[in-house]
Design a protein around this ligand. Structure first.
Ligand code: SF4
Length: 415
């Protein structure tokens, strides 16, 4: 007799390369924990779109608190930890990555504790780039006071339509100014050629990640947004190394085979959605399955595309890095964002758009200043806005969101 359960086909195809990704991420964290244990190499905490390549070239192991924030969201630890940060004066209205990370620190609870060889990665230096928001600087400032270690940063102009040489120069000078103090901390002599090599590796990594994302332009798409949020981990934390490049080569092989065999991420894909804004980390699996049950694949997103850096150029490492980190979607004006999104709607053959209005992340909630209506007028694509948050589940109503999504897909079906 056959077990009926074993015959049930999952709604969403599981990415086979996921074990290789877990291994690569495990090795990355293992190196950080080892450095924490041994006191060498030195550890830098860096905001997600900070100058990671420079830190690697200066000899640091680089730890990303936002990656930890996402882990707290995905493991659903965040909602219980946020009030601890609120109690020391950080409002429930500000970035819930920040508040859940600070809460985790105050309580001494972290999902990393379950990883082999865990050791808290105390920072030797804190590095930020305000290209994404001011919260990242406040976040690092909290730890600067606590650990009494140096903090350096890039203050990037925001709301830019065209990135000019002046914008790039402003950022490049701030990155260059970090070299001396950073090398003083690690005791390493700055090696310009090594820095160029790290920038070149990040360029290659970025190209691979872009190719992974663009496989979703195939019909049916071999990957969905919810998988991509997990599989982008190496692109975020392993810049300037070969490990992530190797992983994406493997993932690409799998996705290209799916395209050749017509295997979609979901069964019987009928509708294709663009997701704007942050993921709701605690709901990735249920969202993925809900959309699949509606024969809908969320194929593309602003969030995952934010780790594509076309500007990296090893021949001009400081300036190209400054340009890459200033050209980001989040830095740009609505006019630029709308042109960019129209291109994505065409590339990914989009049927409708979902805007996630994340309560604690205005910087990544693009629905608040008329963009959805303007883009609907220009593209003819329908949209809905869902209310929620990246980490704080108190801002999210499961029932209301499911009803709204179902009504939206019905609307697409009628169209
Ligand atoms: S962009 Fe949003 S999620 Fe990211 S650090 Fe800033 S407020 Fe937090």
């Amino acid at each position: 007799m056959t077990d009926a359960k074993t015959e049930e086909k999952p709604l969403v195809r599981k990415i086979e390369s996921r074990r290789a990704m877990a291994k690569a991420m495990g090795e990355y964290f293992g190196e950080i924990f080892e450095a924490a244990r041994e006191g060498s190499p030195k550890i830098a905490w860096c905001t997600s779109v900070g100058p990671a390549e420079l830190l690697v070239a200066c000899g640091f192991r680089v730890y990303f608190p936002e990656n930890h924030g996402a882990m707290l969201g995905a493991t659903r630890m965040a909602t219980d930890l946020i009030p601890l940060a609120n109690a020391v004066g950080y409002s429930p209205e500000i970035c819930s990555y920040l508040t859940s990370d600070v809460g985790s620190f105050l309580k001494g609870e972290t999902p990393m504790a379950k990883m082999p060889g865990y050791e808290f990665p105390k920072p030797d230096v804190l590095i930020y780039n305000t290209n994404q928001c001011r919260d990242v600087k406040d976040w690092m400032s909290y730890y600067q006071k606590h650990f009494d270690v140096p903090m350096y940063g890039v203050n990037t102009p925001v709301n830019i339509t065209e990135v000019t040489e002046d914008h790039v120069d402003v950022a490049a000078k701030q990155i260059e100014a970090m070299v001396e103090p950073l090398c003083e901390i690690t005791g390493v002599k700055f090696d310009y050629d090594l820095f160029k090599e790290k920038v070149s590796l990040s360029r290659e990594l970025s190209e691979k990640w872009k190719t992974v994302l663009e496989t979703a332009s195939a019909v049916p798409s071999p990957i969905n947004f919810f998988d991509s949020t997990i599989h982008m981990g190496p692109a975020v934390v392993m810049r300037g190394s070969t490990r992530a490049i190797d992983y994406y080569n493997l993932l690409l092989e799998e996705l290209n085979t799916c395209i050749e065999t017509g295997t979609g991420s979901i069964e019987d894909e009928k509708y294709r959605i663009y997701w704007d804004g942050m993921p709701i980390w605690g709901k990735l699996k249920s969202h993925s399955e809900h959309f699949a049950s509606l024969k809908t694949c969320v194929v593309a997103s602003t969030y995952c595309n934010s780790w594509i850096f076309d500007a990296f150029d090893a021949d001009d490492p400081f300036k190209s890095m400054a340009r890459a980190y200033t050209e980001l979607f989040i830095v740009r004006s609505d006019a630029w964002k709308e042109t960019y999104m129209q291109r994505m709607f065409d590339l990914y053959k989009i049927d409708g758009i979902i805007y996630h209005d994340a309560k604690t992340c205005p910087a990544n909630s693009n629905n608040r200043y008329g963009m959805p209506d303007r883009l609907q007028k220009d593209s003819g694509l329908p949209y809905i806005i869902i209310q929620g948050d990246l980490n704080d589940m108190r801002c999210y109503s499961e029932e209301q969101t499911r009803t709204n999504i179902e009504a939206f897909i019905e609307q697409l079906a009628e169209k």
